[in-house]
Write a protein that binds this ligand. Structure first.
Ligand code: AMP
Ligand code: TRP
Length: 344
């Protein structure tokens, strides 16, 4: 359940997802499912962040088809494009412009703390793109360009949103005087539900990820019933019955992950899901999880296939989203430029 205050109608949701590889259950439970719920409560903007995608090399044709696929997945999951704005990031040039201004606000020391850059760059740091390093600055621009207040994401993005908050505060300090209202409101991360960090099906200590070479480690939104069933049946577990308490569960990463997935898919708390299965073995639990996962994901993948039959229709939706996004972005950037001292 999402708990919002009465004044939340004036607030704005922004979130993004990269058009890279197959979307998986982590993307769905950690992000998209919450977007669908939030769009009914707050005006929402969702972006397919292609500028973020090119921080690592992308094959141009694949980038285009992934953009269509991710748009289809978002719509098939329940984002209503008559109500919410959906567009691809590179089509709104204001993102890049604001990112440059924020590059001059953000300090190198702040970026040096970003754990995702360290993970992604690994030993190849010197050879990473400057874009990969500056990625969180662009993310701050995405959010603040629309003066967004709520940012629904998975747990792995929390640090980036904290950086966006720091950039907002720093911008206010640099460019708004004491007796003026702050220009940017620091955005709040919305890390909602019982599956904010879905783990690999092969290793309960590793995040489920698009880039994991093991196909069996993740459930893709496009997987068939058989694939979902096989992956869950073969998912790593231990040999004990499921415990009664969350404390005991937390000591067993694989069991914790599967129960978290079940509770999120069934909109129950972790404890409620545990109550249903405590004392039972995985041979009892896994078929129930398979049924629930298939029941949730199968309609999404069917609808995705349908939508992808006509990519021109998807292009139309994205173009319409771009127009609506720019209507909000343009005046905000104009004010920013004015505050910074640019002659407009
Ligand atoms: P990305 O695939 O990196 O563009 O992520 C898109 C959204 O999915 C972000 O909000 C992430 O935090 C979320 N996400 C990605 N992987 C996971 C995961 N394993 N568990 C929960 N959320 C995730
Ligand atoms: N960095 C996010 C990810 O990899 C995607 C993203 C880009 C995003 N811009 C954003 C998420 C703005 C929320 C808000 O998952």
């Amino acid at each position: 359940m999402i708990n919002l205050q009465p004044d939340d109608l004036q607030k704005r949701v922004f979130s993004g997802i990269q058009p890279t590889g197959n979307l998986h259950l982590g993307n769905y439970l950690g992000a998209i499912k919450n977007w669908v719920n939030l769009q009914n409560e707050i005006s929402s903007i969702f972006s397919i962040v292609d500028l973020h995608a090119i921080t690592v090399p992308q094959e141009p044709l694949k980038l285009k088809s992934s953009t269509h696929e991710v748009a289809a997945a978002i719509i098939a999951s329940g984002i209503d494009t008559n109500k919410s704005i959906l567009f691809n990031q590179s089509s709104v040039k204001e993102h890049s412009e604001l990112a440059w201004i924020f590059n001059c606000v953000c300090r190198i020391g702040w970026l040096n703390r970003m754990t995702q850059f360290k993970e992604k760059a690994g030993k190849n740091r010197e050879n990473s793109s400057v874009g990969l390093y500056g990625y969180p600055v662009l993310m701050a621009a995405d959010i603040l360009l629309y003066k967004s207040t709520h940012v629904p994401v998975g747990d792995d993005q929390k640090q980036h949103i904290e950086l966006a908050r720091d950039i907002a505060v720093s911008f206010n300090n640099m460019f708004t005087s004491e007796n003026e209202v702050d220009f940017f409101t620091p955005p709040e991360p919305q890390i909602i539900g019982e599956a904010t960090r879905v783990m690999s099906l092969k290793d309960g200590t590793k995040k489920m990820s698009k880039s994991d070479p093991s196909f069996a480690s993740r459930i893709n939104l496009t997987d068939s019933k058989e694939e979902i069933s096989n992956k869950i049946r073969k998912a790593k577990t231990d040999s004990y019955p499921l415990p009664e308490t969350i404390e005991e569960l937390k000591e067993r990463p694989e069991a914790h992950n599967l129960i978290s997935i079940y509770s999120s898919l069934s909109d129950q708390t972790l404890q409620e899901a545990l109550n249903e299965f405590s004392g039972k073995g995985f041979s009892h639990f896994k078929p129930k999880l398979v049924d629930l996962a298939v029941e949730t994901l199968n309609p999404i993948s069917c609808e995705m296939r349908n939508l992808l039959k006509d990519t021109r229709e998807i292009d139309k939706i994205l173009k319409n989203g771009k127009i609506k996004a720019r209507e909000i972005a343009e005046p905000v950037l104009k004010d920013v430029k004015n505050l910074v001292g640019f002659v407009n």
